[in-house]
Design a protein. Structure first.
Length: 188
């Protein structure tokens, strides 16, 4: 099975005070780089990153050749726009499935990606990480689900409505990460 990673990183990060695609960890590692490495080390053959706000500056943080960059001109419409743009870009690939994650999940690493990928395979796959039973990312979408997921993606809900209407394999990952998204800068 050919699985590609899809990293959604287009938002302005208003609560963060800057686009989350520009956030760099204390050790100097950009969140973008960390997330791309998690997808690749977790079993994805290639990664597509969807950027929007500060796209040129964010793209410069990615190591050359590490990921394909897609710019969502309509990024301000929310995560749904990023998902639609990313899935449209992947349509021309040979991927049977895509593992979708978000840039603002700093503790979600390759182990989580690998576990979700191990739970389902093929173009009919539909699985997602859960944390103490709470649905989260990454989400595995088999190719047969791409059109439906893209069609239901609106605002900041992404594929949530689509997933609610279909049988999804929940993959507990709470022993590996919290899955919490980081929306605000750390308090000094």
């Amino acid at each position: 099975m050919s699985v590609h990673g899809l990293l959604l990183a287009a938002g302005a990060g208003s609560r963060m005070g800057r686009p989350k695609a520009l956030v760099v960890e204390d050790d100097g590692t950009p969140w973008l780089t960390r997330a791309v490495e998690a997808l690749l080390s977790g079993g994805c053959e290639a990664v597509t990153v969807v950027l929007g706000a500060a796209a040129d500056e964010a793209a410069s943080l990615l190591p050359e050749g590490s990921a394909r960059v897609v710019v969502a001109d309509d990024w301000a419409a929310g995560m749904g726009a990023s998902l639609r743009n990313g899935l449209a870009a992947l349509a021309a690939t040979d991927a049977d499935a895509v593992l979708v994650t978000l840039v603002d999940l700093p503790d979600v690493g390759p182990e989580v990606c690998r576990r979700v990928l191990d739970a389902a395979t093929g173009p009919d796959a539909l699985a997602r990480a859960t944390y103490a039973g709470r649905p989260g990312h990454p989400v595995l979408l088999g190719r047969h689900h791409w059109a439906g997921a893209a069609g239901s993606a609106e605002g900041d809900t992404g594929a949530r409505a689509y997933l609610a209407r279909h049988a999804v394999t929940d993959v507990e990952c709470g022993d590996l990460a919290t899955g919490h998204d980081v929306d605000t800068p750390p308090v000094p």
